[in-house]
Design a protein around this ligand. Structure first.
Ligand code: HEM
Length: 415
């Protein structure tokens, strides 16, 4: 992708207002509401050098039209390709190759397989973490629980070790890459850090990719080697690395934030917690969808316009970038009455944009949902009296592009 294109003049001549990039570690929802109150038209963000698309239908339409609004990896420069892990990485791929990769990922992460993973990996890993909790005292559920679960599950699925050092390395490296993405792929300092992080992830993964080529086992890496060809994907070592690197990346931090947000909702509302505990089987799926809609892990996604076009009546020039503000769109009052409230009875609870839509929508959504459900269910089953610690630091919205509430200091026994 071209690096750091110059920001065009502000089209309406107005003074610079707040930018979506100003909200690192701050609650952005007042800013989003302000955008929506000005009407559905996209708003130019000078700092981000992009149009903010905040209307639900417009976000949906843009995501469904990849021939006009491409993802940022189309014609990506070699450094960005290297940061993403190269090879057959699904997000880097375009056109027919991308479709083949999606088919393969959907088989790998199918609902049936996810139910198997629930028993084989998700519950045992979560139980193991809960076993390690102190019998009394304070625990930060964001750092000591939410952040620990998805990287361990991804490692287990790939057939890799799930020890603390590996998990720490993954979280650290992913964070460096996320920061570069959040800058709109424009900050060269962050780009260098992301590239170094990418190399560390390659070093971690490569020995397992090489080992499984000749000695397959029951794990994702072996299945990529053995089964991708069914979908017409031809793979060498770099190709397998690319697929696994994206699963590593897309499947770790996202679910970490998702779990933290779901926990925050029940911890900050005792009545909601009581409802979940009374009927977890029926209420938990709705709680998970509402937490995704209301809090939104992935706040926004970038797209580049491939031709002169318009969105919501605003002309957008070929080459300009739009930011699809899923988090704002998911609080559209027309779609979701009382959008700022948790409503467990919404008629179509998964009709949000938290997993994206269209040809780039999340292929790991079923796994993410299962992780979030189990993290809440098993915690409440083991520690029914868990509550936010009265003397703990209050949770706040952390990070920017992917975000969640934290820290979540709790007393496990309610005292
Ligand atoms: C709460 C957790 C998660 C959230 C909120 C989330 C959200 C998203 C979103 C919004 C996209 C669309 C990106 C775009 O439009 O450019 C996406 C794509 C993707 N997600 Fe997730 N995700 C989550 C968990 C996972 C997991 C657990 C995996 C895999 C193990 C995964 C794998 C992927 C992949 C591979 C893509 C790229 C799809 C493509 O380019 O065709 N995600 N995700």
């Amino acid at each position: 992708m071209p690096d750091g294109q110059n920001a065009p003049d502000r089209p309406d001549g107005c003074p610079r207002t707040a930018s979506v990039l100003d909200f690192t570690d701050k609650d952005p929802f007042g800013f989003y509401a302000g955008l929506s109150s000005g009407g559905p038209a996209p708003v130019w963000d000078e700092t981000a050098a992009a149009w903010l698309v905040h209307d639900f239908q417009q976000c949906l339409d843009c995501q469904r039209n990849e021939s006009r609004f491409a993802n940022m990896y189309r014609d990506a420069d070699p450094i960005t390709v290297a940061i993403k892990g190269g090879g057959a990485n699904i997000t880097l791929s375009q056109g027919p190759e991308h479709l083949k990769l999606r088919r393969f990922h959907f088989r790998l992460l199918s609902a049936t397989n996810v139910e198997r993973f629930r028993e084989a990996h998700i519950r045992p890993i979560i139980d193991g973490l809960l076993d390690g909790f102190p019998t009394s005292g304070r625990v930060d559920l964001a750092a000591d629980y939410a952040a620990q679960i998805p990287p361990r599950i991804i490692c287990a699925l790939l057939g890799m070790p799930t020890d603390d050092d590996t998990v720490h390395e993954i979280l650290d490296a992913n964070e460096a890459i996320v920061r570069f993405i959040a800058s709109g792929y424009r900050d060269t300092g962050l780009r260098d850090l992301a590239l170094a992080a990418s190399r560390r992830l390659n070093d971690l993964l490569l020995p397992y990719v090489q080992a499984r080529r000749d000695n397959p086992a029951d794990d994702f890496i072996s299945r990529v080697w053995q089964e991708a060809s069914v979908d017409g994907i031809t793979l060498d070592e770099a190709g397998v690395m690319g697929i696994c690197r994206e699963i590593f990346f897309a499947g770790s931090d996202t679910s970490v934030h998702g779990i933290a947000n779901a926990l925050y909702l029940i911890l900050s509302d005792p009545a909601l917690k009581a409802r979940v505990m009374a009927a977890p089987g029926t209420v938990l799926p709705a709680l998970v969808e509402e937490s995704l809609r209301l809090m939104n892990v992935v706040q926004f996604r970038h797209r580049r316009c491939l031709e002169d076009t318009e969105v919501g009546g605003v002309p957008i020039a070929k080459g300009q970038v739009i930011i699809l503000l899923h988090a704002a769109a998911n609080r559209d009052a027309e779609r979701f009455p009382c959008p700022d409230k948790v409503d467990l009875e919404r008629p179509d609870p998964s009709a949000h944009l938290a997993f994206g839509r269209g040809i780039r929508s999340c292929v790991g959504a079923q796994l993410a949902r299962a992780e979030m459900q189990e993290a809440v269910a098993l915690l409440l089953a083991r520690y029914p009296a868990v509550r936010l610690h009265p003397d703990g630091p209050p949770p706040y919205f952390r990070a920017l592009y992917m975000r969640s509430m934290g820290p979540l200091h709790v007393t496990l026994d309610g005292r």
